[in-house]
Design a protein around this ligand. Sequence first.
Ligand code: HEM
Length: 147
Amino acid sequence: MLSLIRRHLTRKQPKTAYEKMGGEPVVRAVAHRFYQLMASDSDYQDLLALHPQDLASSEEKLFEFLSGWLGGPPLFEQKYGHPMLRARHLPFRIDKRQRNLWLHCMKRALEAEVKDRQVRRAMLEALIPLADHMRNSEEGCPVRAGS
Ligand code: HEM
C-alpha cells in the first residue's frame, strides 16, 4: 500500500506546454522578440500603428497572458481578471490582414526563440484559431448589408 502511494506521488506528470517551451525565460523571450520584430520590420507597420508608442507594457501583458495560456502561472488573470481576449481587442480594427500579420510576426518570434520544432509548431497551430477569434472586421467590405 505504502509503495503504491509512493509510486503515485512520484509518478511523473505530463509536461505542460509552458514547461516544454522552456518555462519563463523562453516565454518572456518570445514576447520580447515578437514586439521587437513588430517595431523593427516595416512589414508590420499597420500592426505597430495600433499599439502605444511604448511597447513595454504590451510586451509584459503578452508574456503574462502566454504564461497562463501555456499552462504556467496565470499571471495575466491574477492582475487583470479573466482574459476576455476578444473583448479586449474590440477597440482595434482587426481584419484578415491584421490577423495574418500578427501570426506571421509570432511565427518568426517562435522560430527565433523556441528550439524544438515540434513545440513551435504546436504553439503556432494553437494560436491560429485564437488569432482568428480576434477578427472583428471584414476585409474589403466596409459597407455591411442593411447599412
Ligand atoms: C492569438 C492572438 C492574440 C493574442 C494571444 C493576443 C494577446 C494580447 C494581449 C494579452 C493583450 C493585452 C490586453 C490588455 O490590454 O489587457 C493584447 C493587446 C493588443 N493586441 Fe493582441 N493578441 C492576439 C491577436 C492580436 C491581433 C491579430 C491583433 C491585430 C491587430 C492584436 C492587436 C493588439 C493590440 C493593438 C493590443 C493593445 C496593445 C496595448 O494597448 O498595449 N492582437 N493582445
